[in-house]
Design a protein around this ligand. Structure first.
Ligand SMILES: [Zn+2]
Ligand SMILES: [Zn+2]
Length: 381
C-alpha cells in the first residue's frame, strides 16, 4: 500500500515536471520551424511590451519578460534548440549540469543588447542613445495601391550578433571584470604638481577602454565586433489608396548596435509607372486608341481595370480626337475611406488611315452615304 502511494506520488511528480516544461515556441508565438529572424523579431516585439519599465509593479508582465528572454536564448542557439526540441526544458537542465552554466542569459542583458538599458526618461536613468532612422524606398505597383497588398521585403542591415547576443564574447564566462580598474572603468592617477602637492586625476581605464570588463575569448561568429551584416525580412501591409510618397514606419527596426536603441525603418512609397493607367490624386487617367470608323459611328469596348474587372467603354456618336470620357467612381480608392473612389478619365486618340483608296476619296467628295462595313475607310480594316 505504502509502495503504491510512493509510486503514485512519483507519477504525479513526473506529470507535474513535464507540464511545467515551458513551450518556448508558444511563448514567442512562432511556429516550430520558425527561422531565426522571425524569432528575433517576435522577441523584440514582446520584450518591449512586457519590459518592467513599461509595467511597473506588474508581476505577470515581469514573468512574461523573463520567459520571452529564456525562449529567445534557447531558440536562437542551434545546440540548445536541438536539445530542447528533443528533450524539452528538462533536457536543457541536464545539459546545463554538463558544465555549461545556466542555459539562460540575464533577460535585461539581452534586452539592452537590442534597445540599450531601458526605455529612458525613468528615475534618474540617463537618456538612451538612439540610432539613426533608415530610409527605404518601397516600390509598389499601381495594382497593389488600388487593391491593397502585403509586400515581403528583404532589408540588409546591421544586426546584433546572434551567436554572442552582442556581448562580443565566446561565452558569458569569457567576460571578466577588468583587473586594472576593478570593473569601475576608471583609474585614479596621482600627479605630483609640486613637492608635497599631489593631485588625483580620474582617467578612463586603458585596458578595458572604460567598459569595466575585458573579454578573454572573443565570439568566433563576429570576431568580437558584437554586430554583423544581416538580412531581415519584413512584411509591409499596403492599404488601399496609399499615396505616392506616403511613409510607412517600422519602429525600432533600423541598424542594431549593442546598447543603442535602433532607429526606425521608414518606407517611402514609390509607384512603379503603369503601362495603361496614370494616377493623379484620387483619379485615374488612361489613353485609348480607336479607329476612324469607331470615332465616326461609335463603339463598344472593354478595358481591364487594376483589379481585373472589365470597364465598359461605350460611345454612340462621333468621338473627337482627344475627347475625354469620365467614368464616375472608377478611379483610385480614397486612403482614408476606401469605399470612396475617384473617377476614371479616358482620353480617346483616333488612329487615322495611312492610305486611302481612290474610290473612297471619290465617294467622300460626293458626300455619299455608305455603310462602313461594306466600304472600309482604311486598309487595316
Ligand atoms: Zn558574436
Ligand atoms: Zn579597466
Amino acid at each position: 500500500m505504502r509502495l503504491l502511494f510512493v509510486l503514485m506520488s512519483i507519477a504525479v511528480l513526473l506529470l507535474v515536471t513535464v507540464q511545467a516544461g515551458r513551450d518556448y515556441y508558444k511563448i514567442l508565438d512562432v511556429p516550430r520551424d520558425a527561422p531565426k529572424n522571425q524569432i528575433k523579431r517576435h522577441y523584440k516585439k514582446l520584450s518591449r511590451v512586457y519590459h518592467p519599465d513599461k509595467n511597473p509593479d506588474n508581476k505577470e508582465a515581469a514573468t512574461k519578460f523573463m520567459e520571452v528572454a529564456d525562449a529567445y536564448t534557447v531558440l536562437m542557439d542551434d545546440e540548445k534548440r536541438a536539445i530542447y526540441d528533443r528533450y524539452g526544458e528538462e533536457g536543457l537542465e541536464q545539459h546545463k549540469n554538463g558544465g555549461h552554466g545556466s542555459p539562460f542569459q540575464n533577460p535585461f542583458d539581452i534586452f539592452s543588447h537590442f534597445f540599450g538599458g531601458g526605455f529612458g526618461g525613468g528615475h534618474g536613468q540617463p537618456q538612451e542613445r538612439r540610432g539613426p532612422d533608415m530610409q527605404v524606398m518601397l516600390e509598389v505597383t499601381l495594382e497593389d495601391l488600388y487593391n491593397g497588398a502585403s509586400i515581403d521585403i528583404d532589408i540588409s542591415k546591421q544586426v546584433v550578433c546572434d551567436h554572442c547576443h552582442g556581448s562580443g564574447a565566446r561565452r558569458s564566462e569569457d567576460i571578466k571584470t577588468c583587473t586594472a580598474c576593478g570593473g569601475h572603468g576608471v583609474v585614479i592617477r596621482r600627479v605630483q604638481l609640486a613637492p608635497g602637492m599631489v593631485q588625483q586625476i580620474q582617467q578612463q581605464c586603458d585596458k578595458c577602454r572604460g567598459q569595466g570588463k575585458v573579454i578573454t575569448h572573443v565570439c568566433p561568429a563576429c570576431a568580437g565586433q558584437k554586430v554583423r551584416r544581416g538580412n531581415e525580412q519584413y512584411n509591409i501591409a499596403i492599404d488601399k489608396g496609399v499615396e505616392d510618397g506616403q511613409t510607412l514606419v517600422l519602429e525600432q527596426e533600423g541598424d542594431e548596435m549593442p546598447g543603442v536603441i535602433p532607429g526606425d525603418v521608414v518606407f517611402t512609397v514609390s509607384t512603379i509607372p503603369h503601362p495603361v493607367f496614370e494616377r493623379r490624386g484620387h483619379h485615374l487617367y488612361t489613353k485609348q486608341t480607336i479607329s476612324l470608323i469607331e470615332a465616326l459611328v461609335g463603339f463598344e469596348k472593354s478595358l481591364t481595370h487594376l483589379d481585373g474587372s472589365k470597364v465598359k467603354l461605350q460611345r454612340d456618336t462621333v468621338t473627337q480626337y482627344g475627347y475625354v470620357q469620365t467614368i464616375k467612381g472608377a478611379g483610385m480608392p480614397h486612403h482614408d475611406n476606401p469605399s470612396h473612389h475617384g473617377d476614371l478619365y479616358v482620353e480617346y486618340q483616333v488612329v487615322f488611315p495611312t492610305h486611302m483608296d481612290k474610290d473612297v476619296i471619290t465617294l467622300l467628295k460626293k458626300g455619299a452615304h455608305f455603310p462602313p462595313q461594306q466600304t472600309p475607310l482604311y486598309q487595316e480594316l
